[in-house]
Design a protein around this ligand. Sequence first.
Ligand code: PHE
Length: 474
Amino acid sequence: MALSQPGPSREGWSSRTAFILAAIGSAVGLGNLVRFPAEAGANGGGAFVLFYIGCVILIGLPVLLSETLIGRYGQAAAPESFRRVAEKSGKSPAWEFVASLGVLSAFLVLSFYCVLGGWVLYYIGIFVQDLFTTGVTGGAFADRSVTEVEAIFGAMISDGPMTVILNIAFLVITIAFVARGVSGGIEKVAVYLMPAFFVLLLGITIYGMFRGSMAETISYLFTFDASKLTGPVMLAAVGQAFFSLSLGVAGMVTYGAYVGRNVNLGVTSGVIATADTSVALIAGLCIFPIVFAAGLAPEGGLGLMFQTLPHAFQEIPAGSLIGLAFFVMVGFAALTSSVALMETPTAWVIDRFRFTRPIAATMVTLSAAILGTLCALSTGALSGFHPLGFLPMFEGMGMLDVLDTFTGKITMPVGALLTSIFIGWVANKRLVDSENGLGGGLHVFWRFLVCWLCPIALTAILIVGIFPSILGES
Ligand code: PHE
């Protein structure tokens, strides 16, 4: 059998555009809109942002191409795809553990991601209520001090039954698409929602340009201060790059498995990474001017999205309307990502246990609802429960933060590191070359990145990022 012979074909995307939109839908999500501005704020702005962009180009992009390539060659759920590439290359099938680790991480991310998705639903509800009660300006957030707006958020996250129900609601919306299959459900949500997302994002950004403080935002986001680039900041940036590009969790291997032979993976990976990074930067350019214009501080953390922004919206004309548009946009982006997060373990359950898709998706949803309940309660009734609190890196963190930090700072970078070693050193070179769609100089550069730069840089960043926290220095 020729080396380039892929696994048996299966149900797939109906077109190249559908794949690109679904992959961009997976990549663009709360990671760009909530996590990126929050991490940028918490890690000193410019230095983090510029290092992040470097990570996307030099580490994220080559790993993205590696993941989609493995999926397309394997034409199966992620672990099986890894195994097929390994076996064809005459190497141990045990390499499938890299993808198994990824599937587990995707499940962990799904469990806390839908809790945040639920919060977004709550805010959409508040803004809709506003529109009906007090019109385009004013409403639940109107005429309230920052402390009062903060109290709305505080009351929501500590309301256990509410956050648990919201989490389940978001999971149910997600499974409604995943259960319908790849072309029948998963791609539909992306094909309709992603264009709507881009229109809303551009509209709000242009509004921010005219109404908000753009100059202050640009200097905040792009002033490079090298002294701020510590080990933990670098780890945060590389982790954010993987989280945002949906890497290191086998998600892009899973989506790659539905891609046809005619698609050039090198080019499409470039398109996906460019779109994702642009959205993160535009999100920064959209959020911070509104915050600065309202005279508020750009502090990091979840407070930016759920406290500072709602407060800022009431200070600007037509705030309720803009606020509603904004949270609907965030909800769309979150949904196309949670669909990818659910699909990754679901595809594995289908392949491994031969269950039908609806049953596999239901099993994943029920398990995520259980773990998600612990996450949902971790901001309220279970706030005193610190699962890994004995480790300095997780000190004082509830379940939600533990899962976010554990996946973003450990399993995703480690998964990506192992993937680059697998493609750079383990997989057969001819097999890889026949799949990557790159020509000439780009091909040589990509090989250099996956063989050398990614493994070395990721190992170094993991060491300098994790050790200070182990020693309790940050
Ligand atoms: N990339 C998504 C976001 O930025 C999150 C995600 C991670 C989705 C991993 C799928 C897999 O929100």
